[in-house]
Ligand binder design. Structure first.
Ligand SMILES: NC(=O)c1ccc[n+]([C@@H]2O[C@H](COP(=O)([O-])OP(=O)(O)OC[C@H]3O[C@@H](n4cnc5c(N)ncnc54)[C@H](OP(=O)(O)O)[C@@H]3O)[C@@H](O)[C@H]2O)c1
Length: 192
């Protein structure tokens, strides 16, 4: 697999007020019922091709635990057969060979282990890991999918950023479901 042009993307779905889950981790609000007539439709062929292009996933332990719970409830495993790296200091249940646990220096892991092996690296949450990834300057791109709902309180998209991070708006797409996808490139070495 080529590696010189590896790319780290953070992607999550959030409410308009910037939350990725309720305080108790609930994501019931992800099922919205809006309709935006001029929006695009997510065709299965497009989704398949899009998912195929992702080489590996990275997530925090709390997101992993939610993924395991949702699989146990019959909703399936969202990450296919792609290598999935779970950040944790704990000993967690491992239900498939594609899952690997890591604990420690995230910059060393991304730059020393993931970038030399994978081209398209997707961070899929949650807020703690996204914040860490941005704080350490590891992300190339942020894809922020906003749903047409406000939930008032919850777990924020990014936890504990300690400074400004300048972005470049690289793409906008609105969907029939009322979801708007914003794609930003992270501008390096620029505070504002
Ligand atoms: N809306 C969406 O698109 C979306 C996407 C993803 C998640 N979510 C929601 O977000 C919530 C979880 O987000 P969260 O911010 O609470 O947690 P999170 O980011 O999923 O996980 C944080 C945990 O990851 C581990 N960790 C982070 N960095 C580490 C490192 N360098 N080394 C070792 N372990 C490390 C630590 O766990 P240990 O205690 O195990 O060490 C830490 O407490 C869930 O409710 C989930 O449903 C929503």
């Amino acid at each position: 697999m080529a590696t010189a042009d590896s790319r780290v993307t953070i992607h999550m779905v959030a409410s308009l007020d910037g939350f990725i889950a309720r305080k108790d981790g609930g994501v019931d609000w992800l099922e919205t019922s809006d309709e935006f007539l001029d929006g695009a439709t997510l065709e299965p062929g497009f989704v398949d091709a899009f998912l195929k292009a992702i080489d590996c996933y990275v997530m925090g332990s709390r997101t992993y635990e939610i993924a395991l719970r949702s699989e146990a409830q019959g909703f399936g495993w969202s990450y296919g057969d792609k290598p999935t790296f779970v950040l944790t200091t704990r000993k967690l249940q491992r239900t498939r060979d594609t899952v690997e646990f890591y604990s420690g220096d995230l910059a060393q892991f991304v730059n020393g282990r993931l970038r030399p092996t994978f081209r398209t690296i997707w961070f899929v949450g949650g807020g703690v890991v996204s914040g860490e990834c941005l704080r350490l300057g590891l992300a190339d791109e942020v894809v922020y999918s906003i749903l047409p709902i406000l939930i008032g309180d919850g777990i924020p998209f990014f936890e504990k950023l300690d400074g400004d991070i300048a972005l470049h708006l690289a793409g906008i797409k609105a969907y029939k479901s009322g979801m708007v996808e914003l794609r930003y490139e992270v501008r390096r070495h620029e505070a504002k």
